[in-house]
Ligand binder design. Structure first.
Ligand code: SF4
Length: 375
């Protein structure tokens, strides 16, 4: 299965918690960036027979700062160069503050079949604290417009553990989200990234985060909500109706190959992870000079790749298959991890069945610590 990620490093405004490779106020770069992106993709496609794409993910940043005509043109270019499988999943990340119904119709007709809205909260005060460029009402309108435009597969990203948030306000955000009938939810705990304005507000005491007990309460709200709504957890932070799991991201979590293009994007092909220059102006310059935008390459050893495949696979509730791992790496998982594995199983943080290793319900809240032992 071939997968391609395209990065659009532009946003309407910069949210105060965000350390993604994105910036606002770069409208003058949109056209030259798209031209460079198409040039990079064309170079990848003619390097060899890559096979038709089964998933395409256009993320950012905020891809929907571009016009629907620009985005559809980009998708058609990719299709012409790679070809698409009949059931391709084409995901577009969208910010509710940047979409109109007419754009959504054009995107749907242009091939996008999965829309992922970065909503983050359905509470205006929380949105304001996060520096989001939309209100709760605008987010609801955008999701309804996406339904009207014919989108059947809609994801909403929401965050918990926000300054001032408690279990009740998290419950209200989840309730509003489900009333909009998404097929997929990505529920992330806020992390305070270094050198973001939000870190400054926390450090100076202007804002404070919920404590551990309040986070546990929000986790309990999430568990209860999912049981009641039939949204099934299939990855640490991802929930879906059966059949609507994100195939593009599952490919990452299986540590399979993927192509990537665009500023700051990372591809993983033939055991090599290539990272492109983050700055969009430098990216344009490098590509226009006929060169490569790759600035870092890492070739993973067989063992390093094995360990990554285990750790990333454990993010999913289905865990990893020992047989598949052996077929791929000729490494026996039980022998490889020995006492560490026995200890984590003894603590009921991992469960080993005949062929699969999973993180348990008890283990999921401690997933980062478990993974640190296995990586
Ligand atoms: S819209 Fe997304 S990518 Fe853009 S600044 Fe906000 S969080 Fe970052």
């Amino acid at each position: 299965m071939a997968s391609l990620y395209l990065h659009i490093p532009f946003c309407k405004t910069k949210c105060c918690y965000c350390d993604f490779n994105s910036s606002a106020g770069k409208e003058a770069l949109y056209e030259p960036y798209l031209a460079a992106l198409e040039r990079e993709i064309a170079g990848m496609a003619i390097e060899g027979n890559r096979g038709a794409l089964a998933t395409l993910f256009i993320g950012g940043g905020t891809p929907t700062v571009l016009t629907s005509a620009q985005l559809v043109h980009l998708i058609k270019q990719v299709e012409g160069l790679f070809g698409f499988t009949g059931d391709i999943e084409i995901t577009l990340e969208a910010n509710p503050g940047t979409v109109r119904e007419s754009d959504l119709i054009a995107l749907r007709e242009g091939g996008v079949n999965r829309l992922s809205f970065g909503v983050q909260s359905f509470n205006d005060q929380e949105l304001c604290i996060l520096g989001r460029c939309h209100t709760c009402r605008e987010a609801e309108q955008a999701v309804r417009a996406a339904h009207q435009a014919g989108f059947k597969n809609i994801n909403l990203d929401l965050m918990y553990g926000l300054p001032g948030q408690d279990g009740d306000s998290w419950q209200r955000s989840l309730d509003t989200a489900i009333s909009l009938t998404p097929k997929h939810l990505s529920l992330y705990q806020l992390t305070i990234e270094p050198a973001t304005p939000l870190e400054g507000y926390i450090d100076t005491g202007n804002l404070s985060l919920p404590d551990e007990d309040e986070i546990l309460e929000m986790d309990a709200v999430t568990d209860q909500f999912c049981q009641e709504t039939g949204m099934k957890k299939y990855e640490i932070s991802n929930y879906a109706e059966l059949g609507f799991e994100c195939r593009h991201n599952i490919n990452y979590w299986r540590n399979r190959e993927y192509f990537a293009a665009g500023a700051g994007s990372v591809s993983y092909l033939k055991g090599v992870r290539d990272k492109r220059v983050a700055d969009p102006a430098q990216y344009i310059d490098l590509i226009n000079r006929g060169g490569s935008a790759v600035v870092e390459s890492e070739e993973l050893s067989q063992e390093a790749s094995f360990r990554e495949t285990v750790v990333m696979g454990l993010r999913m509730t289905q865990g990893v298959s020992l047989r598949e791992l052996y077929d791929r790496y000729t490494i026996d998982l039980k022998e490889h991890y020995g006492d560490t594995l026995s200890r984590l199983i003894g603590l009921l943080l991992l469960r080993l069945t005949e062929d699969r290793l999973h993180i348990t319900e008890k283990g999921f809240p401690l997933a980062n610590r478990i993974m640190a032992e296995l990586v």
